[in-house]
Design a protein around this ligand. Structure first.
Ligand SMILES: NC(=O)CC[C@H](N)C(=O)O
Length: 376
């Protein structure tokens, strides 16, 4: 079946349908990871977006239901150069196409994704639609009808939509070196990836995943050893109430670690500003340099917004990492709070695990706060 991608600037790409037929509108972004399409598709941070994979062959190793980062696909569409129809891997359970169909996702293959990516890099992220319902060339009036909807589309109510409705506790998978009692981490789910939970479980933590709307008083009643702020979709500045709650939670002095959206919301709570990047960072090879100048790490990333480092009040915290490509803020160490945050994804999935040591740092902070170790 034919499918078409229509961009907000009027450009049309002709390809073939994958996943479900129909019409979908979203913010078209590109991700550069060569592998990790299962993790990308199920990362809640892509809510509202149509994902373009720049790597030309997607689905070669098939889908399984273990390598997923949440309960479903939150993205609004999927664009690939070629979707593999005959995956080969001992863990493969189904094809990319059947996985998309299972979640009602409309996709397109067979378009020039290099040319599309070049457009997005030059003009910035852009809204678009994928449709199987009409041929834009044959029916330009249908394009004219759809175009105002494409142009007006905005990702809204993102965190509200993806966050869990009820708290769930996950037991540790190993015992911590400090003894039998696990550390208890409260994880504020803003659109959390499963691997954040796994990274804490395998370090001897019991993890209680909480709805994003949890208040400081509700958190206090739980009396956790640490607070983890997850990744998540949408414009960070939209989350006015959650930002206020996070500020109050951190004022209690609890050890805290924020990732991506969690990083952005903490900076907003601290009085800094966020901005939208031209085309964002999405992929598995984004270099970030530590402020000490000693190390640059290759990281996994998926964000369209960034903290404006210069707007962070100097007495509150300092920029800890910067993106080595464009100099944008990639992390903050707070002085005011017992908290550190990063824009990149130390939990990886997909992508390199080089910065997973940050979870060890978080565990050390919790142990130090309990007086179990001296972290001076
Ligand atoms: N992965 C994330 O947490 C993304 C954060 C935010 N939605 C952004 O696009 O910048």
């Amino acid at each position: 079946m034919q499918a078409y991608l229509i961009l907000a600037n009027g450009r049309v790409f002709r390809g073939q349908s994958i996943g479900c037929p129909g019409t979908t509108i979203g913010e078209v972004v590109f991700a550069t990871g060569m592998v990790g399409f299962e993790e990308t598709l199920t990362d809640p941070s892509y809510y509202g977006q149509i994902i373009t994979q720049t790597y030309p062959l997607i689905g070669n190793y098939g889908m399984n239901h273990e390598d997923v980062e949440s309960t479903k696909i939150w993205a609004r569409g999927y664009i690939v150069r070629e979707a593999c129809k005959t995956p080969s891997n001992f863990r493969s359970e189904e094809t990319l196409d059947s996985f998309l169909k299972q979640y009602g996702i409309i996709g397109i293959e067979g378009i020039d994704t290099r040319s599309l990516t070049r457009t997005l890099r030059e003009s910035g992220v852009m809204n678009g639609a994928i449709t199987t319902e009409f041929d834009p060339e044959a029916q330009p009036e249908k394009v004219a009808e759809l175009m105002p909807q494409i142009q007006a589309y905005a990702v809204t109510d993102a965190v509200k939509t993806v966050t869990c409705r009820q708290a769930t506790t996950y037991e540790p998978t190993v015992q911590g070196a400090w003894g039998e009692t696990p550390l208890h981490v409260a994880l504020l789910d803003l659109g959390c990836k499963n691997n954040i939970v796994r990274c804490l479980q395998k370090r001897g933590c019991r993890v209680t995943v909480l709805p994003g709307t949890t208040t400081a008083a509700e958190l206090k009643a739980l009396n956790p050893d640490g607070l983890m702020l997850s990744n998540g979709p949408g414009d960070p500045a939209e989350n006015v109430e959650i930002i206020k709650n996070i500020g109050e939670m951190l004022d209690s002095g609890i050890p805290a670690f924020g990732i991506c959206l969690g990083h952005q919301l903490t900076a907003l709570a601290a009085g800094a500003k966020t901005c939208k990047l031209k085309y964002g960072h999405r992929g598995a090879n984004q270099p970030v340099s530590h402020y000490s100048g000693k190390r640059t790490y290759i990281t996994s990333q998926n964000h369209g917004y960034a903290v404006e480092g210069e707007t962070l009040p100097a007495e509150v915290g300092r920029v800890s990492y910067r993106n080595a490509n464009d100099g944008t803020c990639e992390g903050v160490d707070y002085f005011r709070w017992n908290c550190f945050t990063v824009q990149f994804h130390p939990e990886a999935n997909g992508g390199p695990k080089d910065t997973e040591f940050l979870f060890d740092e978080f565990v050390s902070r919790m142990l130090a706060a309990k007086g179990v170790i001296n972290n001076a």
